[in-house]
Design a protein around this ligand. Structure first.
Ligand code: NI
Length: 168
């Protein structure tokens, strides 16, 4: 396993649409292992492959709390099959937009379908932080960042802040 570099805004690759994965094989599992290690090291709770410059529809996530046993989750070719009309706000952050947080309103519950680490198809319903995180990560697969849900002014402020942070 290896820790990869996480791209930050305004890197153009983050705007790219990721491509579906043909097969869950050892090569893909090696990518997911690297993604998980990179996410833990950051530290973060979710990471999409495009954030390390790989345009594949792959996400890793771990929503376990500090001091709890790790619960890695892997999503290959995830699809949202249903969204609740009810929405909920959550203050989001992103490893590609370090030290910037803002509130985003999203459907409170979603149903999703994906392939797991073993390549098995899973269907489940997500709510709470899981629903927030999977929608945030799936936006990355479309080249969409959480700041794209905010006003243009806030988006520009966020990018400026990250550029300054990187230059320091
Ligand atoms: Ni993100």
């Amino acid at each position: 396993m290896a820790i990869r570099e996480i791209l930050t805004v305004p890197h153009p690759v983050l705007k790219q649409v990721s491509q579906p994965v043909a097969a869950v094989d050892d090569e893909l599992r090696a990518l997911m292992d690297d993604m998980l290690e990179t996410m833990y090291a950051a530290p973060g709770i979710g990471l999409a492959a495009i954030q390390i410059g790989v345009p594949k529809r792959v996400i890793v996530m771990d929503l376990s709390g500090q001091g709890e046993e790790k619960q890695p989750r892997y999503f290959v070719n995830p699809e949202i099959t249903w969204k609740s009309e009810e929405t909920a706000p959550y203050e989001e952050g992103c490893l590609s937009i370090p030290e910037y947080y803002d509130e985003v309103e999203r459907p409170a519950r979603v149903k999703l379908r994906y392939l797991n680490y073993q390549g098995e198809q899973i269907e489940e319903e997500a709510d709470g932080l899981y629903a927030v995180c999977i929608q945030h990560e799936m936006d990355h697969l479309e080249g969409v960042l959480f700041i794209d849900h905010l006003s243009r002014l806030k988006r520009e402020q966020a990018v400026k802040k990250v550029k300054k942070l990187k230059a320091a």
